[in-house]
Design a protein around this ligand. Structure first.
Ligand code: FER
Length: 355
């Protein structure tokens, strides 16, 4: 284990071999060689970095100019190849595209016995006369339903809006729940096994409460072909877990920079009892499985290190179909999030065009 300095996350823990090149403005408070991080040492700033990714610099602006020229002059050729980075043509704000806005709403969760919140991104011209596919998008540890909607640097609105504007996908609704499914409103997440249990309970809230609510409140297409699941870090871990438990519900899935703890393990933050055993890291025999199941991570992820790769290795060893790729140079950050979301929509676009 080696610990490196990173720009904005004061807890920089490097797991495995991937290193984050030391950056200049460093605010490193506690990390020392082989240290274990205790919950008291985690600052509010750290919590926001866990929830929605470390704030790293945007792609260089020249890309936007090049992207603008390329969208003006050349047609985008859709293929089924994974691209490490989301092209700037999809993250840019185009003057001729109207993007949706996030709003907030609540639903009653039988699972938790509480009214719970979610953010929802409806297409700009959302109409009850149409029906839309839905992406459920899960935040990282310490996050909530605002983690994605309050962070404009993830370019969610732009990516989904630009894909739809180009006719590559149907206009799509994005639902960002609060993944901490506790029945105690005072319970708080932390790096310990008990405090993480509400995350593992989210599968029940999602399937039994939130999805039925969304399907009754909004004009949505139902069924696995129109229901997508993605998540970042803790949300990536739950994305994999939920997909393995209920593979028939989600046609298109992407787990980005997934956190440890699906199987028993140990890292600098805590010991993980595991949600399932390594031998269970697979789909049940004969299960209907997602058309697309992407697992990805930055090569310089300073928080989850090589745990996502270990999930890929286990799934592969157990014969569970998925796509694995690494994002060269990306940390636990929005470069990874943009890449995962881009490739998810690209695979949806390709697969719906060709099937
Ligand atoms: C852990 C390391 C990272 C862990 C969770 C995370 C529950 C999550 C990070 C994030 O969501 O950004 O050991 O244990």
């Amino acid at each position: 284990m080696k610990i490196v300095l990173i720009a904005t996350l004061s807890l920089a823990i490097l797991l495995g071999s991937a290193g984050c090149g030391a950056k200049e403005e460093t605010t490193m408070s506690i990390a020392t060689e082989n240290s274990t991080v205790t919950n008291d040492e985690i600052t509010a700033e750290d919590k926001s970095s866990f929830a929605s990714g470390i704030a790293t610099e945007e792609e260089p602006p020249e890309n936007d100019v090049a992207a603008k020229e390329s969208t003006d002059n050349e047609e985008y050729v859709l293929n089924d190849e994974i691209e490490e980075r989301c092209p700037a043509a999809f993250t840019m704000t185009r003057s001729d595209v109207k993007y949706g806005e996030f709003t907030h709403n609540t639903y009653y969760s039988e699972t938790c016995g509480l009214e719970r919140g979610y953010s929802i991104l409806l297409p700009s011209d959302y109409s009850e006369d149409k029906k839309y596919p839905v992406l459920y998008l899960l935040h990282g540890i310490f996050g909530d339903e605002y983690s994605f909607s309050n962070d404009p640097t993830n370019k969610l609105k732009e990516i989904v809006g630009n894909f739809a504007a180009d006719g590559l996908i149907d206009e799509t609704i994005i639902v960002c729940p609060n993944m901490y499914a506790s029945s105690d409103p005072d319970q708080k997440p932390a790096f310990d096994a008990e405090a993480c249990l509400p995350y593992d309970n989210f599968i029940n809230d999602l399937v039994n409460d939130l999805m039925p609510h969304i399907e009754s409140e909004y004009s949505v297409l139902t069924g696995r072909e129109n229901t997508y699941l993605a998540g970042f870090s803790m949300g990536g871990r739950e994305t994999i877990f939920i997909t393995l438990q209920r593979p028939e519900l989600f046609g298109y899935v992407c787990a980005i920079s997934s956190a440890p703890g699906i199987v028993p393990s140990h890292d600098n933050f805590m010991t993980h009892p595991g949600q399932i055993q390594e031998s269970e890291m697979k789909f049940a025999d004969g299960a209907i499985t997602p058309d697309i199941f992407i697992i990805c991570c930055g090569t310089k992820d300073s928080v989850v290190g090589t745990f996502p790769k270990s999930y890929h290795d286990l799934l592969e060893a157990n014969g569970a179909d998925h796509i694995w790729y690494e994002i060269n140079g990306a940390d636990h950050d929005n470069n990874a999030i943009k890449s995962g979301i881009y490739n998810l929509f690209k695979q949806i676009a390709y697969s719906k065009k060709h099937n």
